[in-house]
Structure formats: C-alpha cells, structure tokens
Design a protein around this ligand. Structure first.
Ligand code: COI
Length: 359
C-alpha cells in the first residue's frame, strides 16, 4: 500500500477544550489519551492494508488472539514537541522505525515499511495536534505498537497482525522530574539472556522487569538495574539505559547484545562526543562502578530513554551496600547533556545533526 491510503473517521465525542486543557495542565505520564488512534492491518496474504485514523477507544479482540497468550508484541516510544512558535516536531523518527523493524524480526512479526510508520505518526499528530502540550518540558508521547491478532492457539508466528499508534500527553516520567533517583540492583532476576529478546522492544522484557521493579520500589528506589547472566556486568534498567561519567569526562555505557539500542542514549553520547567527551561502549563491570565511586574516578551516573529523557542516578543500592550518596545533587555533565538534548528537541538550539522532523 502507499502512504496516502489512510482513511480518517473523526471522533464524534472529542474531549472538550476544558477537559483537554485540564489534562495538558498536569498530564502526568501515560494516563490520558488523545481523541484518535491509528490502526493498520496486516495479513500474510495481503500485506499491510486498511490504514485508518479512527476515534480512540477499546479494541474488540477475540479472546483467542495470539498476543493474549504468547505475547507476540512489540512497541516503540517517541515524542512530539511543540516549539515556542507553535510548530510541532518529532525526534529521529527514522531510528524508531528502524528499531521497530529489528524488534519485528526477532518477534517473527512483519516489517512495517519506514515510510508507512512515519506517515502513521504524521497522521495521528495532525488530527490530534491540539493535544501537544505547550511550554515547559511536556510533550505528546507517541506509542506505536504491533500485536499478533490471529485467532489461533497454536504456537507459531501469527498470520494476522495489527500495527497501531496511540498518543498520550506526557510530563516527566519520574515524579521528581530531573531530581536524581536511587536504583536497586537486581541480584536474583535477570532481564534477558544470551540469544533472548533483550535487544527487542517487546512487552515480555518489560513484563519480566515488573517483579524486580516492585522489589526496587519496596527498597526505596525508582528503578531496577539488571546485570548480565554472570552477574558481573551492567546491562540496563527496567525501562531505560545507563551511562557512567568518569572524572576525566569519559562516558562509559554497556555494550551488550541483550539490551535496548536506545535512541536517546545514542543521541546523548553523540552530543557528548561533539562536546569533546570520550565515549566508551564496552562491557562495564559492577565492580568498576563501586570502585570508581569509592576512589573518585566515577563522578556521575544517569539513566536515559525517551520517557525518562536523562535522569541522574544518585546511588545504586544493593542488599549489602549503597554505592554513591542517595542525597547527591544532579551532576554537571548530566545536567549539561540534558539541556543540550532538550534544547534541540524544543527548537531552542541549533540541530547540528538534522535530527528533528517537522510533523
Ligand atoms: C520509553 O522510554 O519510551 C519507553 O518505552 C520506556 C518505558 C519506561 C516508558
């Protein structure tokens, strides 16, 4: 199908201006949704077809739909930003489209062409533009996802699939905004293993992180940190990547086949490199973090992802020890990088890499 073959059915009951204004004044994260959604169907015989923008609402699904049983599902996270001049932009959407293709390959789902993915985003933001928050650092969070909706209980790749995009006005992911968080080291649970789905953005990885995250929260932490199978090297947090900052300005981040290739992480590292920081993508030992904090050679750590943007990590807690100071303020490198990125995203600074795309 070509990208122009979208149909539009407008919601007959869009939120009133008052209701929308109240949501945009305090959006929170992931709690409110816009008036419309995009759906595109795929069948093995017919490919992608029936692309439509339609009123947001519940899906009617057969209880035997494959996704409900075997979790054949992938998703993406992106944002639309409103600039001071009112225009609406998104950030590196090609990267999300490409990652969705990689996730699809791993989950035996069909490839959605990059152009169709981008057009779906454009169409939804066009019809729901009034939902893109103004000012501050709020944005419209976009959630493209793909589900296996074939009605079949046999365990094989589904032959009917749906791609959808929904949108949700979003404030900071963490309640404290840019306030540093403490994170909890998961010793007994791993997020992903060698050859597993760790690099794919699929629901199962996030489901696997929920129990460890509950344990993290019970220990006063905002997120959980997973190690590799051997329990020696850093992987990623429950829903975002991790970066350490050394005293000499080097940024160190795990290089692993079982973590998500974060668009925000890649972009922050590029900006840091532009600013003269050395970047090391390599296996990172837990012991390096502990020893580095103790001897002063590691000065900062941060979490990063589309939802979290960049959130400083004050301390890493384990059952035996606390690495870092939970009360420590945000570090200068983290704050400067966060500002560099968000200034580009909100059009307050030049976009040297041509990352922004007007919607
Ligand atoms: C994102 O950052 O967009 C994610 O999908 C992660 C999730 C914690 C919201």
């Amino acid at each position: 199908m070509t990208t122009t073959e979208f149909t539009l059915t407008r919601s007959e009951r869009p939120a009133s201006d008052e209701v929308r204004a109240a949501v945009l004044a305090q959006p929170g994260f992931g709690k409110h949704f816009t008036d419309h959604m995009v759906s595109i169907d795929w069948t093995q015989d017919g490919g992608w077809h029936d692309a439509r923008v339609e009123p947001y609402g519940p899906l009617q699904m057969d209880p035997a739909s494959a996704v409900l049983h075997y979790g054949q599902e992938i998703f993406e996270g992106m944002k639309a930003y409103r600039r001071a001049d009112g225009s609406v932009w998104t950030f590196r959407p090609d990267q999300n489209a490409k990652r969705m293709q990689r996730s699809a390959a791993r989950l035996a789902l069909p490839q959605i062409p990059e152009e169709l993915f981008l057009e779906a985003i454009r169409r939804l933001v066009e019809v729901d533009e009034a939902w893109v928050p103004e000012g501050g650092e709020d944005s419209l969070y976009l959630r493209p996802f793909m589900i296996a909706n074939e009605v079949f209980l046999g365990v094989r790749a589904a032959q009917t699939v749906r791609f959808m995009v929904i949108a949700s006005p979003a404030g900071p992911y963490f309640a404290g905004g840019v306030e540093p968080v403490s994170i909890w080291l998961s010793r007994e649970y791993n997020r992903a293993g060698r050859g597993g789905t760790g690099a794919a953005k699929c629901g199962g990885n996030y489901a696997a992180s929920l129990l460890p995250t509950q344990i993290a929260v019970a220990n006063g932490c905002a997120q959980v940190l997973f190690l590799n199978e051997a329990g020696t090297d850093l992987e990623e947090l429950g829903g975002m990547n991790v970066v350490l900052v050394k005293a000499d300005g080097t940024l160190v981040t795990p290089d692993s086949d079982s973590i998500l290739d974060g668009v925000t992480r890649n972009s922050l590292l590029q900006l840091a490199e532009d600013d003269g920081h050395r970047i090391e993508r390599r296996p990172v030992r837990l012991a390096e973090w502990r020893d580095g904090v103790a001897d002063g050679s590691i000065t900062e750590a941060f979490a990063c992802g589309t939802a979290a943007v960049l959130t400083p990590i004050a301390a890493l807690k384990t059952t035996e020890e606390t690495i870092g100071d939970p009360e420590a303020p945000a570090g200068p490198v983290a704050l400067a990088l966060r500002a560099r990125l968000t200034d580009i995203q909100y059009g307050r600074a030049e976009d040297p890499h041509g990352w922004m795309v007007r919607l």
